[in-house]
Design a binder for this molecule. Sequence first.
Ligand code: ATP
Ligand code: MG
Length: 429
Amino acid sequence: MAKDKIQAVKGMNDILPQDDPMWDFLFNALESVAHRYGYMQIRTPILEQTRLFKRGIGEVTDIVEKEMYSFVDSLNGEELTLRPENTASVVRAVIEHNLTYEAPRRLWYFGPMFRHERPQRGRYRQFYQFGMEAIGFKGPDVDAEQLLLIHRLWKLLGVHKEVRLELNCLGQFEERKNYREALIAYFEAHKEVLDEDANRRLYSNPLRILDTKNPNMQQLVENAPKLMDYLGEESKAFLKKLEDILSANGINYRINPRLVRGLDYYNLTVYEWVTDKLGAQATVCGGGRYDPLVEMLGGRSTPACGFAMGVERVLELMKECSIQRPYQECVAYFCWQGDVYQDVVRMAEMLRDHQIDTIVHSGSAKFANQMKRADASGADYAVILGENELAEGCLTIKPLREHLKDYGSQQTMKLEDAIQYLSTLSINQ
Ligand code: ATP
Ligand code: MG
């Protein structure tokens, strides 16, 4: 009897081989840009204690209220959660290993996050984030450094014309307290317009109401008091310095007084990079300063700033901008016929010794079918060995792609020359 098929969990995607070239291209760009600015990678566990996120993200947030995959470990009763974001985990690790004891740290990460949301384009239950955390820096120089880095990344990926930076300053806790009161009074006076979410947050997290996507409340939040009017001199000077660095380095931005971001721990700088190309899921990257967090999680008071980028959304955006990378399993696909298999394996190993990515055709298909496979693999070259070539210590090389030199002809050359030919070409790629 046929068994029923088991499918992936809803909202959790397989990343298939055909998507690998784009993921690879993006990952390499992320890694190289991180290195360009002296950031080191940190890898933390995917599971953490639930209370880390409750404390680090804040109880009255979308994530903690309704998006976390939390469970009790049936083996020992521990309350655990699949990480919904990585800042709390990184800060936990920094405190646990005393990483900022001698000097501040520039850190980056890449990996899956988990949130129980309604799946739709650009919104998944398992999704990847690339992010950075600079811990132990007062700013605003490092806030600016991260924005320059992100801008450099957009250019490297070819999407810089389709993203724009929105910036705001949340000031310090005391300043926000006064603002909060003004905001509560304003919303109380317009209670009839508030939706259920807003009513629930009115006293616990009124700033979040500004972030609403409810079209019926847009007018209301548009006319709400502005946080900028409640900032003290120091906060204003901080923002001014950040703006000066951005302007001097050609980074365009817009001050968006409604931008507050979802998480409780932000202060001073907050920002989002948004695009018009992805419909409702418009934010590709969000970040800012979170000076209170290290202390909230039990460390010594340490200033810090960082951001997280939605990898799937960036990939979607690249697709919208027609950025493509060809599918390619290898550079050289080895086809063969006759009694030469032992020599094929030996020669393929030699190619690999010279950094040439090589697949050896497996099985005893007809030669024409081997060549079809070579083509489908995306290889640049078919490398061919028959008994005649073997007798003369030669290989035949056939370029398979139109953009390559010598396309349309094949050449038989001595083994050493063939290796030389292919390795020069693979280095030049
Ligand atoms: P949104 O307002 O879209 O829900 P968020 O404020 O919850 O975003 P952050 O917690 O700031 O998002 O995460 C940083 C980035 O991670 C987002 O800007 C987005 O690009 C990406 N992201 C967040 N949630 C998801 C998701 N469920 N699926 C895919 N990407 C996501
Ligand atoms: Mg969200």
